[in-house]
Ligand binder design. Structure first.
Ligand code: GDP
Length: 445
């Protein structure tokens, strides 16, 4: 697991705390020391660790008291909140231009995973109904243009590349021409892949900054390899000073990276992490959720806490949020998709729960629960455009046919999903009126 080491250390620290009745200043200091050591071991930058532990210490010693929690849980809560805050707080989505095409520029060191990410992003955007154009501006590495061509083909996306054999070429001009071509050919998104070096160098930065100036992108995404450890801070700062970026893509989170890079980069640059890249395949791309990442750091190896938190978060906050949305008639298929994903997480707990005593009732509920069904539903929703997800009423016959084709399902499947969404929305209304099931949403499938 990505955060294995850090998570284990923190879990151990909290286990020691749990046996005590009340937090003394000595307890807090001891805990903070452990947290500091765990973070440093996870390759979080020293600067960031100091800042983080100071905040946790101050809050743990302060008179912020929550009577509902025991001392260990209080520290967990504080650490969790501070982790979420550093990781950006809210999930940040890609920002699209009011007047297409939206221009997205990628920057990062060679080997960071830029080209692979370009393909992943193109594929995901296509699924969402966009028509991205990939632009090959890495004219430095001999094979780079070709590599992007391969990735574009796999993603089924269009590509703009300079003619081969024209000498070195001017990447700034290629970027400009690429955006122009997108405008002419009605692509609504342009993804510009730029050159990287093995290390940070001045020429690389100047080139990237020149491209940025030439095409005025809506997003500049800095791609960084989660495995680079302590170097993350210097690399991120160099790119922030040299080109500046609007968001971060954390790549190779599937490896045994200890995850310190996520904390360091987010904290030092103040820029949100938007995507997590989790494998070499084009589908291995996830939206980055600060809260999920934080609970992953904290909760591995502590299943019961996970369940408690999941239930509480769901029962109270989620139900309230959903209720508000329903009141405003703003519950959409996007929200439905979010809920399904939450449920999928629950589904993977099925096995673990089986090993625990006293979980009979919950086990029963989980028995009726089919991961594949959720995958199919997800595929259908992902084949809808953002507008369709927000307003399923516009789903006429031809739209349903297109969605069925895009997701590899039948029109009947699409019809059933829309019907089920209506039912779920109705059930949510019951929840909103006070009838909160122990795992809400479970009854809708
Ligand atoms: P670029 O030089 O920045 O364009 O980097 P590439 O996209 O060529 O990626 C460098 C290497 O990392 C390639 O072998 C990719 O297959 C691999 N790679 C990229 N992203 C990921 C990821 O999320 N996980 C893993 N395991 N490998 C990745």
């Amino acid at each position: 697991a990505t955060f294995g080491t850090l998570s284990d250390r923190l879990t151990e620290t909290f286990r020691n705390l749990r046996t005590k009745g009340k937090l003394t200043p000595a307890d807090v200091d001891g805990t903070v020391r452990e947290i500091r050591r765990a973070l440093l071991d996870a390759d979080v930058a020293l600067l960031v660790v100091k800042d983080f532990t100071a905040k946790v210490r101050e809050r743990a010693l302060g008179d912020e008291v929550n009577k509902a929690l025991n001392p260990a849980q209080q520290v967990v809560q504080i650490v969790n909140e501070e982790l979420v805050a550093i990781l950006g707080g809210q999930q940040r989505r890609l920002q699209f231009a009011k007047n297409p095409p939206t221009v997205i520029m990628l920057a990062g060191l060679q080997g960071s995973g830029k080209t692979t990410f370009a393909g992943k992003l193109a594929k995901q955007l296509e699924k969402d109904g966009h028509t991205p154009l990939l632009v090959a501006c890495d004219l430095q590495r001999p094979n780079a243009v070709n590599q992007l061509q391969v990735v574009a083909q796999q993603a089924g996306a269009a590509i703009y590349a300079p003619e081969p054999g024209n000498g070195v070429g001017d990447p700034v001009q290629v970027a400009r021409d690429g955006v122009e071509a997108a405008r002419r050919q009605q692509h609504d998104i342009v993804i510009i892949d730029t050159a990287g070096r093995l290390g940070v160098d001045a020429e690389l930065m100047t080139q990237a900054a020149d491209i940025r100036r030439a095409v005025d992108p809506d997003e500049v995404l800095f791609v960084i390899d989660a495995m680079i450890g302590q170097d993350a801070v210097n690399t991120a700062k160099a790119f922030q000073d040299g080109v500046d970026f609007t968001g971060v893509v954390l790549s190779k989170l599937d490896g045994d990276a200890r995850g310190g890079a996520a904390l360091s980069v987010a904290s030092v640059t103040g820029r949100p992490i938007i995507f997590a890249s989790t494998g070499e395949g084009l589908d291995d791309l996830e939206a980055f959720h600060p809260d999920r990442m934080a609970s992953r750091i904290l909760d591995l190896g502590d299943i019961l806490t996970l369940i408690e938190q999941a239930q509480q978060a769901f029962d109270e906050d989620e139900a309230r949020k959903v209720a508000e949305k329903l009141a405003n008639e703003a519950f959409t298929l996007e929200d439905f998709l979010d809920q399904l994903q939450q449920m999928k997480k629950m589904g993977s707990m099925k096995k673990m729960l089986g090993m625990l005593p006293g979980m009979g009732q919950m086990k029963q509920q989980l028995e009726n629960f089919d991961d594949k069904e959720i995958d199919r539903t997800e595929a259908i929703i992902r084949s809808m455009t953002p507008v369709e997800r927000r307003n399923p009423k516009i789903l006429n016959g031809s739209r349903r046919l297109r969605i069925a084709r895009g997701s590899g399902m039948t029109v009947t499947d699409v019809n059933q999903l829309v019907q089920r969404f209506d039912q779920a929305a109705k059930m949510m209304k019951t929840v909103a009126r006070g009838g909160v099931p122990s795992i809400p949403g479970m009854g809708s499938l």
